[in-house]
Design a protein. Structure first.
Length: 488
């Protein structure tokens, strides 16, 4: 019967909060080792259907859980994430574990070191369960570009979880981890979080070290957390943020207590609503949900103002020029020699390079390398790449001007809820255009949080994007928390 089939396909389950789990672990009523084992059982049950995890790091996770249990048994103070099961997007490296970036070209590659964000999580007591599926080299908006098959949305398995961090979002939504890490270059944390009904954080560029993140577009790439609620996401950001001598672009600004900030009431905050994010192409149900969210902020004492960000209309082309240009340079290192896959059809050196790249990269990655190489080539550089950089600056300045008048800006995270698997795979341009609301903050370097803000009639989650100025994550968390509390 169809109704039974539908019920059997519901994988949504809310994890306990960090506060609940920490209290249980500290009291000894929950052992971190049992908690981890329970998560591995659920993964064994559910993962074959959702395809969220690409590999598991069981040995390391269980050793860490035992360390946490030993600390708890002694009654020692526990670090912030003691015993918390966390999943890692497979673009962040973990020592000795497969790191595929969703690509065949990295098959068999096992990096000899940990990404800084991974190291920090573990130092804070987190139990790292495994590596999460994503679009190949984080290029995509649906996780359908993974060489290891698509992730299914736990809310509706006929739909995409968003992308590129689809595995990271789906893992939290289906309680296959309490929290996860993802990466966001043009929306890859925010959009999947909104499609799966969880919280996702875009930290300010430089707030979290990129050391150990497999690069897509270095001037845009960010590492950030996913969690089931705003406070937990804020706690995770506090753990992974901070200066790292191994990443020259990481910020030396002090790390705030984001969790405490998220508890601060929003009364008196000025909230900007940009006209350009509510025009043509916005799904009517998404619009209605976001408008309810804005009304809730007003009811909580915020002052809502209209703002204008007219360069928004250039954002998608500018993003796809800059991101592909940087990707074409970053991906030059995959040559069949240094990492992963080498084509067996290698009669000489240049054929080996050619075949390895041809067989190792998927269609979307090749499309981007071609576009990026073209944009950077002599004669076109000024017309495309340079022009895109100039418009990027205008976009950033426009945001800074807006933030002189408002404390945060709220928008829909995506113009539509989760779409069907296969719906956009034949039309790369339609897929790119769906990034319209997320690429602007990426280009400007500012921060943001996406928070669940109602659902459509069919039960699909809608996400509200809360943007704030550079290093103002605390404000974004406060506003997101107010929306969460209002239960739209
Ligand atoms: N969807 C965008 C793209 O395909 C963003 C991806 C990302 O943020 N990694 O480039």
């Amino acid at each position: 019967m169809p109704s039974e089939a539908k019920a059997a396909e519901n994988f949504i389950e809310k994890p306990k909060t960090l506060a609940e789990l920490r209290a249980e672990i500290a009291a000894g009523t929950t052992k971190a080792a049992d908690l981890a084992a329970g998560y591995y059982d659920r993964i064994a049950q559910v993962n074959p259907r959702l395809n969220v995890y690409l590999s598991l790091t069981k040995e390391r996770a269980l050793a860490q859980a035992e360390r946490v249990d030993a600390l708890a048994a002694k009654g020692d103070p526990l670090p912030a994430l003691a015993g918390i099961p966390v999943g890692i997007k497979d673009v962040l490296v973990m020592r000795g574990a497969p790191a595929t970036a969703g690509s065949k070209i990295l098959e068999g590659y096992r990096p000899p070191y940990d990404a800084t964000a991974v190291e920090k999580l573990e130092a804070a007591g987190a139990v790292l369960l495994g590596k999460l599926n994503c679009d190949e080299f984080a290029m995509g908006s649906s996780t359908e570009n993974s060489a290891y098959g698509p992730v299914r949305n736990p809310v509706d398995t006929e739909r995409v979880p968003g992308g590129s961090s689809g595995g990271s979002a789906a893992a939290v939504a289906a309680n296959l981890a309490v929290a996860t890490l993802g990466s966001d270059t043009g929306g890859s944390i925010r959009q999947p979080a909104s499609f799966c009904g969880v919280v996702g954080v875009l930290p300010t560029y430089g707030r979290v070290s990129r050391y150990g993140l497999i690069a897509f577009a270095s001037s845009l790439d960010r590492v950030g957390p996913f969690a089931a609620n705003v406070r937990d996401a804020a706690t995770l950001l506090g753990v992974i943020a901070g200066h790292d001598p191994k990443d020259a672009t990481s910020s030396a600004a002090p790390v705030e207590d984001y969790a405490a900030e998220s508890d601060t009431p929003v009364e008196g905050l000025r909230i900007g609503v940009p006209d350009e994010y509510f025009g043509e192409g916005l799904d009517a149900e998404v619009r209605a949900a976001i408008e309810s969210g804005i009304a809730a902020l007003e009811a909580a004492g915020c002052v809502v103002k209209r703002v204008s960000l007219p360069h928004t209309r250039y954002a998608v082309p500018v993003y796809y020029l800059i991101a592909t240009a940087e990707a074409s340079a970053n991906l030059a290192r995959f040559d069949g020699v240094r990492y992963g896959y080498r084509s067996p059809a290698s009669e000489n050196l240049s054929a080996m390079y050619r075949h390895s790249r041809d067989e190792g990269f998927g269609a979307e990655v090749k499309r981007r390398i071609l576009l990026g190489t073209y944009a950077l080539s002599a004669g076109y550089y000024d017309a495309y790449y340079l022009k895109a950089q100039q418009v990027r600056r205008l976009l950033a300045e426009e945001y800074l001007r807006a933030f002189a008048d408002v404390d945060a800006i709220v928008t829909p995270t995506s113009p539509m809820p989760a779409f069907k698997l296969g719906e956009k795979t034949g039309d790369p341009l339609a897929m790119y255009l769906a990034d319209i609301y997320t690429v602007t903050a990426s280009l400007a370097g500012i921060c943001g949080v996406t928070v669940p803000c109602g659902t459509t009639k069919a039960g699909l989650p809608v996400g509200m994007q809360v943007l704030a100025a550079h290093l103002n994550e605390g404000t974004a968390f406060r506003v997101a928390r107010a929306v969460e509390t209002a239960q739209i």
